[in-house]
Design a protein around this ligand. Structure first.
Ligand code: FES
Ligand SMILES: [Fe+2]
Length: 436
Protein backbone atom coordinates (compact mmCIF):
# COMPACT_ATOMS: atom_id res chain seq x y z
CA UNK A 1 0.00 0.00 0.00
CA UNK A 2 1.20 3.51 -0.77
CA UNK A 3 0.17 6.82 0.72
CA UNK A 4 -1.74 9.16 -1.57
CA UNK A 5 1.39 11.32 -1.94
CA UNK A 6 3.54 8.30 -2.84
CA UNK A 7 0.99 7.08 -5.37
CA UNK A 8 0.95 10.51 -6.99
CA UNK A 9 4.75 10.59 -6.96
CA UNK A 10 5.22 7.31 -8.87
CA UNK A 11 2.36 7.75 -11.33
CA UNK A 12 2.73 11.36 -12.47
CA UNK A 13 5.19 11.77 -15.33
CA UNK A 14 4.27 15.01 -17.11
CA UNK A 15 6.63 17.98 -17.50
CA UNK A 16 7.77 19.31 -14.13
CA UNK A 17 6.95 16.14 -12.16
CA UNK A 18 9.58 14.30 -10.14
CA UNK A 19 8.97 10.85 -11.64
CA UNK A 20 8.74 12.46 -15.08
CA UNK A 21 12.18 14.00 -14.55
CA UNK A 22 13.56 10.54 -13.73
CA UNK A 23 11.97 8.80 -16.71
CA UNK A 24 13.25 11.52 -19.03
CA UNK A 25 16.83 10.53 -18.11
CA UNK A 26 16.43 7.29 -20.10
CA UNK A 27 15.95 6.69 -23.84
CA UNK A 28 12.21 6.12 -24.30
CA UNK A 29 10.34 4.59 -27.24
CA UNK A 30 8.58 7.38 -29.16
CA UNK A 31 7.15 5.48 -32.17
CA UNK A 32 7.55 2.36 -34.23
CA UNK A 33 9.72 3.02 -37.27
CA UNK A 34 6.82 1.70 -39.37
CA UNK A 35 4.68 4.64 -38.20
CA UNK A 36 6.83 7.00 -40.27
CA UNK A 37 5.23 6.57 -43.68
CA UNK A 38 8.02 6.91 -46.27
CA UNK A 39 5.67 8.97 -48.49
CA UNK A 40 5.49 11.63 -45.76
CA UNK A 41 7.43 10.68 -42.63
CA UNK A 42 5.66 12.97 -40.14
CA UNK A 43 3.83 11.61 -37.11
CA UNK A 44 1.99 13.45 -34.31
CA UNK A 45 2.41 11.78 -30.93
CA UNK A 46 2.03 12.34 -27.22
CA UNK A 47 4.76 11.18 -24.88
CA UNK A 48 5.11 11.76 -21.11
CA UNK A 49 2.27 14.28 -21.32
CA UNK A 50 3.89 16.35 -24.10
CA UNK A 51 2.38 16.88 -27.54
CA UNK A 52 5.11 16.39 -30.11
CA UNK A 53 5.67 15.79 -33.77
CA UNK A 54 8.20 13.29 -35.07
CA UNK A 55 9.61 13.67 -38.57
CA UNK A 56 12.38 12.38 -40.77
CA UNK A 57 13.81 15.25 -42.78
CA UNK A 58 16.86 15.61 -44.98
CA UNK A 59 18.98 16.01 -41.84
CA UNK A 60 17.62 13.03 -39.96
CA UNK A 61 15.04 12.44 -37.28
CA UNK A 62 13.49 15.29 -35.32
CA UNK A 63 11.06 15.23 -32.40
CA UNK A 64 9.81 18.74 -31.66
CA UNK A 65 6.91 20.53 -29.96
CA UNK A 66 3.71 20.02 -31.90
CA UNK A 67 2.38 23.58 -31.75
CA UNK A 68 4.02 26.34 -33.68
CA UNK A 69 5.71 28.92 -31.44
CA UNK A 70 4.11 31.72 -33.47
CA UNK A 71 0.39 31.27 -32.81
CA UNK A 72 0.06 27.62 -31.87
CA UNK A 73 -0.93 25.98 -35.14
CA UNK A 74 -0.48 22.22 -35.53
CA UNK A 75 2.87 21.33 -37.06
CA UNK A 76 1.74 17.74 -37.72
CA UNK A 77 0.20 19.17 -40.90
CA UNK A 78 3.36 21.12 -41.70
CA UNK A 79 5.33 21.07 -44.92
CA UNK A 80 8.24 18.63 -44.69
CA UNK A 81 11.40 20.14 -46.15
CA UNK A 82 15.03 19.21 -46.30
CA UNK A 83 15.89 21.49 -43.35
CA UNK A 84 12.92 20.51 -41.19
CA UNK A 85 9.22 21.21 -40.77
CA UNK A 86 7.50 24.41 -41.96
CA UNK A 87 4.24 25.66 -40.43
CA UNK A 88 1.45 26.10 -42.98
CA UNK A 89 -0.02 29.20 -41.35
CA UNK A 90 2.77 31.78 -41.92
CA UNK A 91 5.68 29.62 -43.05
CA UNK A 92 7.90 29.50 -39.97
CA UNK A 93 10.50 26.76 -40.43
CA UNK A 94 11.91 24.60 -37.58
CA UNK A 95 14.88 22.26 -37.66
CA UNK A 96 15.17 18.86 -35.92
CA UNK A 97 16.27 20.52 -32.66
CA UNK A 98 13.18 22.76 -32.58
CA UNK A 99 15.15 25.88 -33.53
CA UNK A 100 13.26 28.32 -35.75
CA UNK A 101 15.27 28.95 -38.92
CA UNK A 102 13.00 31.19 -40.96
CA UNK A 103 10.05 33.57 -40.54
CA UNK A 104 9.32 34.61 -44.11
CA UNK A 105 6.58 37.13 -43.21
CA UNK A 106 8.91 39.12 -40.92
CA UNK A 107 10.87 42.05 -42.39
CA UNK A 108 13.98 41.21 -44.38
CA UNK A 109 17.06 41.03 -42.12
CA UNK A 110 15.02 40.28 -38.97
CA UNK A 111 16.83 38.12 -36.45
CA UNK A 112 13.67 37.40 -34.43
CA UNK A 113 13.77 33.72 -35.51
CA UNK A 114 16.98 33.19 -33.52
CA UNK A 115 15.07 33.81 -30.29
CA UNK A 116 12.40 31.23 -31.09
CA UNK A 117 12.83 27.58 -30.22
CA UNK A 118 10.37 24.75 -29.63
CA UNK A 119 11.09 21.72 -27.46
CA UNK A 120 13.37 19.41 -29.43
CA UNK A 121 14.58 15.96 -28.42
CA UNK A 122 17.34 13.77 -29.89
CA UNK A 123 16.16 10.54 -31.53
CA UNK A 124 17.78 7.25 -32.46
CA UNK A 125 16.22 4.46 -34.49
CA UNK A 126 17.10 0.94 -33.38
CA UNK A 127 15.57 -2.40 -34.39
CA UNK A 128 12.20 -1.03 -35.46
CA UNK A 129 11.67 1.62 -32.78
CA UNK A 130 12.47 5.33 -32.71
CA UNK A 131 13.78 6.22 -29.25
CA UNK A 132 13.89 9.75 -27.88
CA UNK A 133 15.83 11.35 -25.06
CA UNK A 134 13.68 13.99 -23.34
CA UNK A 135 15.83 14.64 -20.28
CA UNK A 136 18.14 17.35 -19.06
CA UNK A 137 21.72 17.47 -20.32
CA UNK A 138 23.31 15.30 -22.97
CA UNK A 139 21.72 11.87 -23.58
CA UNK A 140 23.32 8.80 -22.02
CA UNK A 141 24.96 6.31 -24.40
CA UNK A 142 22.43 4.08 -26.11
CA UNK A 143 22.14 0.79 -24.19
CA UNK A 144 23.52 -2.49 -25.52
CA UNK A 145 20.84 -4.83 -24.17
CA UNK A 146 20.33 -8.07 -26.11
CA UNK A 147 17.38 -6.60 -28.04
CA UNK A 148 19.77 -3.97 -29.46
CA UNK A 149 22.82 -6.20 -29.79
CA UNK A 150 20.72 -8.52 -31.97
CA UNK A 151 20.89 -7.68 -35.70
CA UNK A 152 17.65 -6.15 -36.96
CA UNK A 153 16.77 -9.34 -38.87
CA UNK A 154 16.69 -11.28 -35.57
CA UNK A 155 14.14 -8.91 -34.05
CA UNK A 156 10.55 -7.81 -34.48
CA UNK A 157 9.01 -4.71 -32.88
CA UNK A 158 5.36 -3.93 -32.19
CA UNK A 159 3.25 -1.80 -29.84
CA UNK A 160 -0.18 -1.64 -28.25
CA UNK A 161 -2.34 0.97 -26.56
CA UNK A 162 -3.42 0.59 -22.92
CA UNK A 163 -5.92 2.77 -21.13
CA UNK A 164 -4.13 3.13 -17.81
CA UNK A 165 -1.10 4.50 -16.06
CA UNK A 166 2.37 3.25 -16.98
CA UNK A 167 3.19 1.84 -13.52
CA UNK A 168 0.04 -0.29 -13.43
CA UNK A 169 1.04 -1.79 -16.75
CA UNK A 170 4.62 -2.34 -15.59
CA UNK A 171 3.46 -3.96 -12.36
CA UNK A 172 1.67 -6.60 -14.44
CA UNK A 173 4.97 -7.32 -16.16
CA UNK A 174 6.91 -7.87 -12.94
CA UNK A 175 4.24 -10.07 -11.37
CA UNK A 176 5.23 -13.67 -12.16
CA UNK A 177 2.35 -15.05 -10.10
CA UNK A 178 -0.53 -13.85 -12.28
CA UNK A 179 0.31 -16.14 -15.21
CA UNK A 180 -0.91 -19.16 -13.25
CA UNK A 181 -4.38 -17.62 -13.06
CA UNK A 182 -5.00 -14.86 -15.58
CA UNK A 183 -3.42 -16.84 -18.46
CA UNK A 184 -4.66 -20.26 -17.38
CA UNK A 185 -5.94 -22.59 -20.07
CA UNK A 186 -7.87 -25.67 -19.07
CA UNK A 187 -6.44 -27.66 -21.98
CA UNK A 188 -2.83 -28.02 -23.10
CA UNK A 189 -3.54 -28.19 -26.84
CA UNK A 190 -2.82 -25.23 -29.04
CA UNK A 191 -6.01 -24.65 -31.02
CA UNK A 192 -4.92 -21.39 -32.63
CA UNK A 193 -1.88 -19.38 -33.53
CA UNK A 194 -1.90 -16.58 -30.98
CA UNK A 195 -0.11 -14.73 -28.22
CA UNK A 196 -1.03 -17.47 -25.77
CA UNK A 197 1.08 -19.91 -27.67
CA UNK A 198 4.22 -19.44 -25.61
CA UNK A 199 2.47 -20.75 -22.56
CA UNK A 200 1.47 -23.88 -24.46
CA UNK A 201 4.78 -24.86 -26.03
CA UNK A 202 6.57 -27.87 -24.64
CA UNK A 203 9.42 -27.07 -22.28
CA UNK A 204 12.75 -28.05 -23.83
CA UNK A 205 13.63 -29.89 -20.61
CA UNK A 206 10.93 -32.46 -21.36
CA UNK A 207 8.85 -31.23 -18.45
CA UNK A 208 5.67 -30.96 -20.50
CA UNK A 209 3.73 -27.96 -21.63
CA UNK A 210 4.41 -24.75 -19.75
CA UNK A 211 0.69 -24.15 -19.48
CA UNK A 212 0.36 -27.28 -17.34
CA UNK A 213 3.25 -26.32 -15.06
CA UNK A 214 1.75 -22.88 -14.52
CA UNK A 215 -1.67 -24.39 -13.86
CA UNK A 216 -0.53 -27.17 -11.54
CA UNK A 217 2.00 -25.12 -9.58
CA UNK A 218 0.17 -21.88 -8.90
CA UNK A 219 1.92 -20.74 -5.72
CA UNK A 220 5.43 -19.78 -6.81
CA UNK A 221 8.07 -18.45 -4.48
CA UNK A 222 9.09 -14.99 -5.66
CA UNK A 223 12.59 -13.79 -4.98
CA UNK A 224 14.20 -10.54 -6.11
CA UNK A 225 17.74 -9.32 -6.33
CA UNK A 226 18.82 -5.70 -6.82
CA UNK A 227 21.27 -5.31 -9.68
CA UNK A 228 23.01 -2.47 -11.50
CA UNK A 229 20.11 -2.31 -13.94
CA UNK A 230 17.19 -2.68 -11.56
CA UNK A 231 15.75 -5.98 -10.39
CA UNK A 232 16.30 -9.61 -11.23
CA UNK A 233 13.15 -11.55 -10.41
CA UNK A 234 13.03 -15.29 -9.75
CA UNK A 235 9.74 -17.19 -9.82
CA UNK A 236 10.26 -20.70 -8.45
CA UNK A 237 7.75 -23.51 -8.74
CA UNK A 238 8.86 -26.49 -6.65
CA UNK A 239 8.04 -29.77 -8.44
CA UNK A 240 9.56 -32.39 -6.13
CA UNK A 241 13.21 -32.96 -7.02
CA UNK A 242 12.88 -30.42 -9.85
CA UNK A 243 12.12 -26.71 -9.79
CA UNK A 244 10.65 -24.63 -12.54
CA UNK A 245 12.69 -21.44 -12.67
CA UNK A 246 11.62 -18.30 -14.46
CA UNK A 247 14.13 -15.45 -14.43
CA UNK A 248 12.77 -12.08 -15.53
CA UNK A 249 14.10 -8.55 -15.23
CA UNK A 250 13.04 -5.03 -14.51
CA UNK A 251 15.48 -2.81 -16.34
CA UNK A 252 15.07 0.56 -14.76
CA UNK A 253 12.76 2.37 -14.95
CA UNK A 254 10.16 0.93 -17.36
CA UNK A 255 11.58 -1.97 -19.37
CA UNK A 256 11.04 -5.64 -18.62
CA UNK A 257 13.06 -8.42 -20.25
CA UNK A 258 11.38 -11.80 -20.11
CA UNK A 259 11.69 -15.19 -21.82
CA UNK A 260 9.19 -16.11 -24.50
CA UNK A 261 10.64 -19.50 -25.37
CA UNK A 262 13.99 -21.22 -25.15
CA UNK A 263 15.18 -19.22 -28.14
CA UNK A 264 13.32 -15.95 -27.82
CA UNK A 265 13.02 -13.09 -25.36
CA UNK A 266 10.69 -10.13 -25.21
CA UNK A 267 11.91 -6.69 -24.18
CA UNK A 268 8.88 -4.60 -23.28
CA UNK A 269 8.75 -0.91 -22.39
CA UNK A 270 5.79 0.64 -20.60
CA UNK A 271 5.64 4.23 -21.74
CA UNK A 272 3.37 7.00 -20.50
CA UNK A 273 1.37 8.76 -23.20
CA UNK A 274 0.02 10.76 -20.29
CA UNK A 275 -0.85 9.61 -16.80
CA UNK A 276 -4.02 7.71 -17.75
CA UNK A 277 -2.82 6.10 -21.00
CA UNK A 278 0.25 4.13 -21.99
CA UNK A 279 1.95 2.25 -24.78
CA UNK A 280 3.67 -1.05 -24.49
CA UNK A 281 6.48 -1.46 -27.00
CA UNK A 282 7.89 -4.94 -27.60
CA UNK A 283 11.05 -6.10 -29.26
CA UNK A 284 11.03 -9.86 -29.80
CA UNK A 285 14.60 -11.11 -30.18
CA UNK A 286 15.71 -14.54 -31.36
CA UNK A 287 19.11 -15.88 -30.33
CA UNK A 288 19.31 -18.43 -33.12
CA UNK A 289 17.54 -17.36 -36.31
CA UNK A 290 16.16 -14.46 -38.32
CA UNK A 291 12.57 -13.55 -37.60
CA UNK A 292 9.76 -13.91 -40.13
CA UNK A 293 8.67 -10.29 -39.64
CA UNK A 294 5.82 -10.49 -42.17
CA UNK A 295 4.32 -13.49 -40.37
CA UNK A 296 4.74 -11.83 -36.96
CA UNK A 297 3.02 -8.69 -38.21
CA UNK A 298 0.23 -10.62 -39.96
CA UNK A 299 -0.46 -12.48 -36.71
CA UNK A 300 -0.80 -9.25 -34.73
CA UNK A 301 -2.48 -6.69 -36.97
CA UNK A 302 -5.97 -8.28 -36.72
CA UNK A 303 -5.68 -8.10 -32.91
CA UNK A 304 -3.99 -4.72 -32.52
CA UNK A 305 -4.44 -2.68 -35.64
CA UNK A 306 -2.38 0.24 -36.87
CA UNK A 307 -2.57 3.18 -37.15
CA UNK A 308 -3.90 3.60 -33.59
CA UNK A 309 -2.70 0.21 -32.23
CA UNK A 310 -5.79 -0.13 -30.03
CA UNK A 311 -6.63 -3.80 -29.36
CA UNK A 312 -9.77 -4.94 -31.16
CA UNK A 313 -10.92 -6.58 -27.93
CA UNK A 314 -11.10 -3.78 -25.39
CA UNK A 315 -13.18 -2.19 -22.66
CA UNK A 316 -15.75 -1.04 -25.24
CA UNK A 317 -16.71 -4.64 -26.08
CA UNK A 318 -16.01 -6.16 -22.62
CA UNK A 319 -12.80 -7.69 -23.97
CA UNK A 320 -14.89 -10.35 -25.75
CA UNK A 321 -15.95 -11.84 -22.41
CA UNK A 322 -17.91 -15.08 -22.78
CA UNK A 323 -19.21 -16.74 -19.59
CA UNK A 324 -19.47 -20.17 -21.29
CA UNK A 325 -15.83 -20.01 -22.29
CA UNK A 326 -14.92 -18.94 -18.75
CA UNK A 327 -16.65 -22.03 -17.38
CA UNK A 328 -15.09 -24.51 -19.78
CA UNK A 329 -11.90 -23.30 -21.49
CA UNK A 330 -10.10 -20.27 -20.09
CA UNK A 331 -9.80 -18.57 -16.73
CA UNK A 332 -10.98 -15.17 -17.97
CA UNK A 333 -13.47 -16.09 -20.69
CA UNK A 334 -11.66 -13.59 -22.90
CA UNK A 335 -10.05 -15.90 -25.44
CA UNK A 336 -6.50 -17.16 -25.84
CA UNK A 337 -4.71 -13.88 -26.52
CA UNK A 338 -2.76 -13.15 -23.34
CA UNK A 339 -2.45 -9.46 -24.27
CA UNK A 340 -6.23 -9.18 -23.91
CA UNK A 341 -6.07 -10.76 -20.44
CA UNK A 342 -3.30 -8.39 -19.41
CA UNK A 343 -5.11 -5.33 -20.78
CA UNK A 344 -8.28 -6.23 -18.89
CA UNK A 345 -6.36 -6.86 -15.66
CA UNK A 346 -4.61 -3.50 -15.63
CA UNK A 347 -7.28 -1.31 -17.24
CA UNK A 348 -10.04 -2.56 -14.98
CA UNK A 349 -8.27 -1.11 -11.92
CA UNK A 350 -9.01 2.37 -13.33
CA UNK A 351 -6.85 4.91 -15.17
CA UNK A 352 -4.61 5.26 -12.10
CA UNK A 353 -4.92 2.47 -9.54
CA UNK A 354 -5.71 3.70 -6.04
CA UNK A 355 -2.81 2.09 -4.20
CA UNK A 356 -3.98 3.47 -0.85
CA UNK A 357 -6.60 0.72 -0.60
CA UNK A 358 -4.72 -2.33 -1.95
CA UNK A 359 -3.46 -5.31 0.10
CA UNK A 360 -0.10 -6.62 -1.03
CA UNK A 361 0.99 -10.16 -0.14
CA UNK A 362 4.11 -12.32 -0.37
CA UNK A 363 3.41 -12.89 -4.07
CA UNK A 364 3.80 -9.13 -4.66
CA UNK A 365 7.42 -9.09 -3.57
CA UNK A 366 8.77 -7.78 -6.89
CA UNK A 367 6.16 -5.04 -7.04
CA UNK A 368 7.07 -3.87 -3.56
CA UNK A 369 10.80 -4.01 -4.36
CA UNK A 370 10.30 -1.99 -7.53
CA UNK A 371 8.28 0.74 -5.83
CA UNK A 372 10.98 1.11 -3.17
CA UNK A 373 13.63 1.30 -5.85
CA UNK A 374 11.65 3.83 -7.86
CA UNK A 375 11.01 6.15 -4.93
CA UNK A 376 14.67 5.86 -3.91
CA UNK A 377 15.86 6.61 -7.45
CA UNK A 378 13.71 9.74 -7.71
CA UNK A 379 15.40 11.01 -4.53
CA UNK A 380 18.83 9.89 -5.74
CA UNK A 381 18.53 11.82 -8.99
CA UNK A 382 17.50 14.97 -7.12
CA UNK A 383 20.48 14.68 -4.78
CA UNK A 384 22.94 14.25 -7.63
CA UNK A 385 23.42 10.47 -7.36
CA UNK A 386 23.13 8.11 -10.32
CA UNK A 387 19.94 6.02 -10.58
CA UNK A 388 20.08 2.37 -11.80
CA UNK A 389 20.96 1.59 -15.44
CA UNK A 390 22.76 4.89 -15.98
CA UNK A 391 26.36 6.08 -15.61
CA UNK A 392 29.16 3.48 -15.56
CA UNK A 393 26.65 0.66 -14.97
CA UNK A 394 25.01 1.36 -18.31
CA UNK A 395 28.34 0.90 -20.11
CA UNK A 396 28.71 -2.58 -18.62
CA UNK A 397 25.14 -3.64 -19.15
CA UNK A 398 24.70 -6.63 -21.47
CA UNK A 399 21.85 -9.12 -21.54
CA UNK A 400 20.23 -9.25 -19.06
CA UNK A 401 19.64 -12.98 -18.76
CA UNK A 402 16.05 -14.12 -18.95
CA UNK A 403 15.28 -17.83 -18.95
CA UNK A 404 12.46 -20.24 -18.35
CA UNK A 405 13.77 -23.68 -17.40
CA UNK A 406 13.38 -26.70 -15.19
CA UNK A 407 16.36 -27.16 -12.89
CA UNK A 408 17.14 -29.35 -9.95
CA UNK A 409 15.74 -28.20 -6.66
CA UNK A 410 19.18 -28.45 -5.08
CA UNK A 411 21.13 -26.73 -7.87
CA UNK A 412 18.94 -24.31 -9.80
CA UNK A 413 20.81 -21.29 -8.37
CA UNK A 414 23.85 -22.34 -10.37
CA UNK A 415 21.99 -23.84 -13.32
CA UNK A 416 20.06 -20.90 -14.78
CA UNK A 417 23.17 -19.09 -15.97
CA UNK A 418 24.46 -22.25 -17.64
CA UNK A 419 21.15 -22.58 -19.46
CA UNK A 420 21.63 -19.07 -20.85
CA UNK A 421 25.31 -19.65 -21.68
CA UNK A 422 24.46 -22.71 -23.80
CA UNK A 423 21.86 -20.69 -25.70
CA UNK A 424 24.34 -17.86 -26.30
CA UNK A 425 27.07 -20.24 -27.41
CA UNK A 426 24.81 -21.39 -30.25
CA UNK A 427 23.84 -17.83 -31.24
CA UNK A 428 25.45 -16.11 -34.26
CA UNK A 429 25.34 -12.73 -32.47
CA UNK A 430 25.23 -13.27 -28.71
CA UNK A 431 28.12 -15.67 -28.14
CA UNK A 432 30.68 -13.03 -27.19
CA UNK A 433 28.39 -10.93 -25.00
CA UNK A 434 28.83 -11.18 -21.25
CA UNK A 435 25.41 -10.65 -19.68
CA UNK A 436 25.19 -9.09 -16.23
S1 FES B 1 1.23 29.88 -36.48
FE1 FES B 1 2.87 28.88 -37.39
S2 FES B 1 3.79 30.30 -38.65
FE2 FES B 1 2.15 31.40 -37.75
FE1 LIG C 1 0.32 -11.39 -18.29
Amino acid sequence: MLSRAENDLVTQTGPGTRCGALMRRYWQPAALAEELDPRRPVKALRLLGEDLVLFRGGRGLGLIGRHCAHRGTDLAFGRLENEGLRCCYHGWLYDATGQCLEQPAEPAGSSFHRKVRLAGYPCVERNGIVFAYMGAGPPPPFPEFDCFAAPDAYTFAYKGHIDCNWLQLLEGGIDPCHVSFLHRFFEDGDPTENYGRQFRDQMSDGAGPLTRILRDFDCPTIDTEETEYGLRIFALRAMGAKTHVRVTNLVFPNLIVIPLSDDMIISQWHVPIDDGRSWWYDIFSSYSRPMDKAAMRAQRTPLIAPPDYVPTKNRGNSYGYDPDEQRTRTYTGMGEDINVHDAWAVESAGPIQDRTTEHLGASDKAIIANRRLLIRAIGALESGATPPALGPALQRLRGPVSVDMVGTSAGWRDEWRGHDERRRARSPWAAALQPV
